[in-house]
Design a protein around this ligand. Structure first.
Ligand code: NAP
Ligand code: HSE
Length: 428
């Protein structure tokens, strides 16, 4: 049997303790599958005295994760602390410079510094693996990098933040407002320490940026993502969308277009009967479209101790089996700097507006839409107690430019009250 593979784990929170448990509980299984023993030699966290519900007494303790990363008895540095910069990045760099492979669940760090870290890893002949960073337990990095390596990827889509999906589905099922469900989710500990990472779409956009890089052979470009969180999604829109046969999801989408790389993470409507429409609670779903394979749908737990530790172990096992791939599926130096597409590919849109209920008001709106080249597919007006009527419009496929022109022209009609809501519809 080959020498044991020795892990040094920095970060013993939800994910870190999950990894320790798997390594301890499944030593025989892992050893048999890898052809070598998988062991932990050293660990690090902020507090040495905290009870973590696992026995750490057999492992060396380091207060400083950078010191852990450089230890001679560590082959793989497993970074499970989190944070875009700070100790996570310093320790990952130290590990690579010391000739160790790195495994991380840290999408924030990779979304911001993935290119530089990948270049450093390749200069040093080392690996960075990060299956746990995207969609928790779903093996989507492996699916894209390996399983679909023979395909040109046309599109990557999905629901990549369980907390947002929980909030949106709970608003609908309980008829509660965003503010009420946000408070509930926060109380249940479902949200990140900084909840704007979840509800602002940032966490999900970090994940999308990593998938885009692998799918399209481009440098990670988080800044190029059109980003909008779920804070402004109202219970009214959830109800009205349902009435028209749709669900609202925080949907990530990335595709290479003739105008450049188009990436967005925004609330969108999807058909209620589609797999994405039926995705409830904290579950994640990724849709991959390849030219030969067609559409692949991956569904599973996007967070939590077990699923995320499972993904970390997938990386550990690959390294133990000597499966060595570039960070983003091809050498980092060869990844293109794709231009960001300024406008979105044409799509149908859902528009909700409050319309002054008087003769000719609807005609004025229809004229503005028509003049901008926006064609109405379906329309509905609801009962209303006051003088403003809620009106819903589903458009035919339209460019985002045409839609923006129409929305900009609506106030001049003097019949639209407030700001209309416009959400893209993805018929997947
Ligand atoms: P967590 O529960 O907050 O644990 C973080 C751990 O890092 C704690 O053990 C903490 O020590 C330690 N730590 C923080 N700063 C440190 C420092 N300067 N030096 C040494 N140790 C330090 O976080 P988590 O949920 O396990 O997440 C870890 C990583 O996995 C993050 O990048 C996160 O985005 C990612 N991730 C998490 C999930 C999930 O479901 N939780 C899913 C996917 C990806 P103390 O315990 O002593 O405070
Ligand atoms: N906060 C994330 C989510 C979990 O809700 O999906 C880790 O990525």
């Amino acid at each position: 049997m080959a020498d044991p593979l020795r892990l040094g784990i920095a970060g013993l929170g939800t994910v870190g303790t999950g990894v320790v448990k798997i390594v301890r509980q499944k030593a025989n299984l892992l050893g048999a599958r890898a052809g070598r023993e998988i062991v932990i030699t050293a660990v690090s966290a902020r507090s040495k005295s905290k009870d973590r519900g696992v026995n750490l007494s057999h492992y060396a303790w380091e207060d400083d994760p950078v010191a852990l990363a450089k230890r001679d008895d560590v082959d793989i540095f497993v970074e499970l602390m989190g944070g875009e910069d700070g100790p996570a990045k310093a320790a990952a760099e130290a590990a690579l410079n010391a000739g160790k492979d790195v495994i991380t669940a840290n999408k924030a760090m990779l979304a911001m510094h993935g290119q530089a870290l990948a270049e450093l890893a390749e200069t040093k002949g080392r690996l960075i693996r990060y299956e746990a960073a995207v969609a928790g337990g779903i093996p989507v990095i492996k699916a894209l990098t390996e399983g679909l390596a023979g395909n040109t990827i046309n599109r990557v889509m999905g629901v990549m933040n369980g907390s947002c999906n929980y909030i949106l589905t709970r608003m609908e099922s309980a008829g509660l407002t965003y503010e009420e469900v946000f408070a509930e989710a926060d109380g249940l500990g479902y949200l990140e320490a900084d909840p704007t990472l979840d509800v602002g779409g940032i966490d999900a956009a970090h994940k999308l940026a990593l998938l885009s890089s692998i799918a399209f052979g481009t440098q990670v470009n988080f800044a190029g993502i059109k980003l909008k969180g779920i804070e402004s999604v109202t219970i009214e829109d959830i109800r009205h969308a349902a009435d028209m046969g749709y669900k609202i999801k925080l949907l990530g989408s990335a595709q290479m277009t003739p105008r450049g790389l188009e990436q967005s993470m925004t609330p969108c409507l999807v058909p209620a009967t589609s797999p994405l429409g039926q995705l409830d609670g904290g579950t994640n779903m990724i849709v991959l479209e390849g030219d030969h394979v067609g559409q692949i749908v991956l569904r599973g737990a996007g967070a939590g101790e077990g699923p995320t530790a499972s993904a970390v172990m997938s990386d550990v096992m690959d390294i133990a089996r000597d499966i060595r791939l570039p960070t983003f599926g091809q050498p980092a130096q060869e990844l293109e700097k794709a231009p960001t597409a300024k406008t979105a590919l044409a799509a149908p849109y859902y528009i909700r507006m409050e319309l002054l209920d008087k003769p000719g008001a609807l005609a004025k709106v229809a004229t503005v839409l028509g003049d901008a080249g926006v064609s109405i597919d379906r329309m509905r007006q609801y009962d209303h107690p006051g003088q403003n009527a809620p009106v819903l419009i589903v458009t035919h496929t339209v460019t985002s430019d045409a839609l923006d022109h129409a929305l900009a022209a609506l106030p001049a009609t003097n019949v639209v009250h407030g700001t209309p809501v416009a959400l893209r519809i993805e018929n997947v």
